[in-house]
Design a protein. Structure first.
Length: 157
């Protein structure tokens, strides 16, 4: 059986983009119905991806998977996120029922954030995405390098 039929591919360093193209019928791909077709109305994936598809939401979910965190703990743990962006992100995740915000009566007030049951169920998908990213990082890096080498006039980052 060829590598394409096993889902395993090898990438020679002199491969062209045509060499790298694989017929999806040869792969063990998921059976996904595209949204928006006449016979398949919007299934809601776009709305969900608007929330969980941005890097800040994913990083907040990753941090909260380890347990409740206070705002400043989240901000310190998520490199590059501004106070405003973190505020917007946790509010949006709270609105969507993925994060629970708890205010404790104290002076000054103490607030923590934790995943709801729905938010916790999302961590399995986030972990699968992280695992996939790690296992394909080298292949993606090589593909980017090859693309940039063969398309020096295109500044895509």
């Amino acid at each position: 059986m060829s590598p394409a039929h096993t889902g395993v591919t090898t990438t020679p360093t002199d491969a062209t983009p045509d060499d790298l193209a694989v017929d999806l019928a040869d792969l063990d791909a998921a059976d996904i119905d595209p949204c928006g077709r006449e016979d398949h109305p919007d299934c809601g994936i776009r709305d969900v991806l608007d929330r969980i598809g941005d890097k800040w939401s994913v990083l907040v979910i990753v941090e909260l998977a380890g347990g409740p965190r206070r705002f400043r703990e989240l901000q310190r743990a998520i490199d590059g996120i501004s106070q405003r962006m973190l505020t917007l992100t946790v509010r949006r995740l709270e609105r969507d029922g993925l994060v629970l915000r708890t205010v404790y009566p104290a002076v000054p007030a103490q607030v923590d954030y934790r995943l709801t049951e729905t938010g916790a169920s999302l961590t399995h998908l986030v972990k699968a995405l992280a695992d996939w990213s790690l296992s394909h990082r080298e292949v993606i890096s090589e593909a980017r390098h090859e693309y940039d080498r063969t398309h020096p006039d295109r500044d895509i980052r």
